[in-house]
Write a protein that binds this ligand. Structure first.
Ligand SMILES: Cc1ncc(COP(=O)(O)O)c(C=O)c1O
Length: 445
C-alpha cells in the first residue's frame, strides 16, 4: 500500500478532484479500489500508462472488450478515415450493414439484429422481446449472473443473493424474476416448474463472468435449453463477454445449442460502446415498427441516440473483419496463452501448498483462494465464500509491485498482443508474492 501511494501521487490528486464530481470518484462502481484507483492517460497494445508515468501490463483490457489490445492499428486507421466523415449521423448508414452482416454470418441464429450502445440495454431489450413474444412475465436468471445495470435484471447479483440489490427500486421487481442455482440442473428445474405458466425466458451467461469466471457446464446449458423448448419459454444466451472471445461467433455453435436470442457487446464494438440484441426472425419481428403498426403488436426496442453510430460500426467491423481473416491464429494464440496461465498458476500455488482454484476458459482466467468455508468453486456463492481479501491482496501486489494490472477481484483477459513472456512474468511475479508472505497479511477492504 505504501509503495502504491509513493508511486501514484498524481493519481491521488486527481482522485481528490474526482470525488468532488462523481459519487465515489468513479463512473462505474467496480473501478474503485482502495486507497484510490490510478488514473490512466494513455493505453497502447497491452499497456496502460498512468498520470505518474507508471506502466502496467493490462489484463483487465477494458472490461474484457479489447481482444486486439488497446488502439490496434487496424481499427485506428479506419477511425482516422471515418472521424472527418462524421461521428454521429443519427440516420441509417451503410457501415452498420457491414457489421450486421459479419455478425449474422458467424452466428446463425442472428437472423435479425438491433444495435444499441451498451450491453445493459441489449439485455433489457432481449427480455422485453421475450415477454412480448410469449405474453408471459417472469424472467429467469442465474444466481450471481450479471447482465448489466438494467433494473429488471438487478436481482440475485451480489452475495447474499436473496436481498435487494441496493435501494432505489420498488421492491417488486423480484416478483417477476426467478433466480436459479448456476450449474445445478435438478434444483433449477424444480424452481422453473414452480413458475412455468408465467415464464417468458431464461437468460444465462455461458461463463459466469462478473460472478467469478466460472464456465457453465454444457449439460446444464443443454438441459435449460431443452426445458425452454418443451415449455414455450425463450432461451437467451448473454454472450456480451463470450461472443467472439472463445471462437469466431457464439459458443452456441461450439456447444451445439440453439438459443432463441443472443446478446452481444464488448468485443463487437471494437473498443467503442455497443450492445446488440439478435435472434431468430420469428421472434425479432415483434420489434419491427414498420410492420407492427399499433401498440398492441409492437415491442419497443429503441437503440438510442448513439445506436449504430458510424464510429462504433467502423471500429466493430474492422475488429471482426481482422479476426475473421486471422481467426485460426487469433484463437489458437489467446486460448493457448489462457491454458498456459491457468496451468502455470495452478502448479505454482499447488507447489507452495496453497489451496486455490484457477477457473476460466479460453483466454479468460481467475484465481480463487479457497477457504475453510469453501473447497470448490462451482458458482457465485462459492466465490463469495472464498478468501476475497487474499484475492484483493494478490491483485493489488501484482499491480503495485510488478506493474501487472487485474481489476481487483475480476478475471483477466488475454488479447492478441499479450505473449508467452507476459504470462511467464505473471507467474514469476505470483511466485515472488507468495514467497514474500504478503498474502497472509491481506489487504483491508
Ligand atoms: C454478461 C454481461 N452482460 C451484460 C453486461 C453489461 O454490459 P455493459 O457494461 O456494456 O452495459 C456485462 C458487462 O460486463 C456482462 O458481463
Amino acid at each position: 500500500m505504501d509503495l502504491y501511494k509513493k508511486k501514484t501521487p498524481n493519481s491521488k490528486k486527481f482522485y481528490d478532484d474526482s470525488v468532488k464530481l462523481f459519487p465515489g470518484g468513479i463512473s462505474h462502481n467496480i473501478r474503485f479500489f482502495r486507497p484510490y484507483p490510478f488514473f490512466v492517460n494513455k493505453a497502447r497494445d497491452k499497456h496502460l500508462f498512468d498520470v505518474d508515468g507508471n506502466k502496467y501490463v493490462d489484463y483487465w483490457m477494458g472490461h474484457w472488450a479489447l481482444i486486439l489490445g488497446h488502439s490496434p492499428k487496424v481499427v485506428v486507421k479506419k477511425l482516422d478515415i471515418q472521424i472527418p466523415r462524421g461521428t454521429l449521423y443519427g440516420t441509417a448508414n451503410n457501415i452498420s450493414i457491414k457489421l450486421g452482416e459479419i455478425i449474422k454470418k458467424s452466428i446463425p441464429i442472428s437472423e435479425l439484429l438491433r444495435f444499441c450502445s451498451t450491453g445493459s440495454e441489449a439485455t433489457m431489450y432481449a427480455i422485453r422481446i421475450a415477454r412480448a413474444v410469449t405474453k408471459k412475465r417472469i424472467i429467469c436468471k442465474t444466481i450471481g449472473g450479471w447482465h448489466g445495470f438494467n433494473t429488471d435484471l438487478m436481482q440475485s447479483v451480489n452475495y447474499p443473493f436473496e436481498i435487494d440489490e441496493g435501494v432505489g427500486m420498488t421492491g417488486r421487481e423480484g416478483d417477476f424474476v426467478e433466480s436459479i442455482p448456476f450449474n445445478d440442473l435438478d434444483r433449477s428445474i424444480k424452481l422453473l416448474d414452480s413458475v412455468k405458466d408465467d415464464l417468458a425466458c431464461i437468460i444465462i451467461e455461458p461463463l459466469l463472468g462478473g460472478g467469478g469466471c466460472i464456465p457453465a457446464d454444457i449439460n446444464y446449458l443443454k438441459g435449460l435449453e431443452e426445458y425452454c423448448k418443451r415449455n414455450d419459454v425463450l432461451f437467451i444466451l448473454d454472450e456480451i463477454v463470450t461472443g467472439f472471445r472463445l471462437n469466431f461467433g457464439s459458443v452456441s455453435s461450439q456447444y451445439k445449442l440453439n438459443p432463441d436470442m443472443i446478446t452481444l457487446g464488448k468485443i463487437v464494438g471494437g473498443g467503442l460502446p455497443i450492445g446488440v440484441v439478435c435472434g431468430k426472425k420469428e421472434i425479432m419481428k415483434v420489434a419491427n415498427p414498420v410492420e407492427n403498426k399499433n401498440k398492441e403488436q409492437l415491442c419497443y426496442v429503441g437503440g438510442g441516440t448513439f445506436s449504430s453510430n458510424p464510429l462504433t460500426m467502423t471500429a466493430g467491423y474492422s475488429t471482426l473483419d481482422y479476426i475473421s481473416k486471422n481467426r485460426q491464429t487469433v484463437y489458437n494464440k489467446i486460448n493457448k496463452l489462457g491454458d498456459i496461465a491457468r496451468n502455470g498458476l495452478r502448479k505454482l500455488f499447488s507447489d507452495y501448498g496453497m489451496k486455490t482454484q484457477v477457473t476460466g476458459i479460453g483466454s479468460l482466467f481467475l484465481t480463487h483462494f479457497l477457504s475453510d468455508k469453501v473447497n470448490e468453486i462451482t458458482n457465485a456463492n462459492d466465490v463469495a465464500l472464498s478468501d476475497y481479501k487474499m484475492l484483493a491482496g494478490y491483485h493489488f501486489s501484482l499491480m503495485a509491485k510488478y506493474g501487472i494490472f487485474f481489476l481487483p477481484h475480476k478475471m483477466g483477459a488475454i488479447s492478441i498482443v499479450h505473449d508467452s513472456k507476459d504470462v511467464q512474468r505473471l507467474i514469476n511475479a505470483t511466485e515472488k508474492i507468495i514467497k514474500s508472505g504478503i498474502l497472509n497479511k491481506r489487504i483491508k477492504n
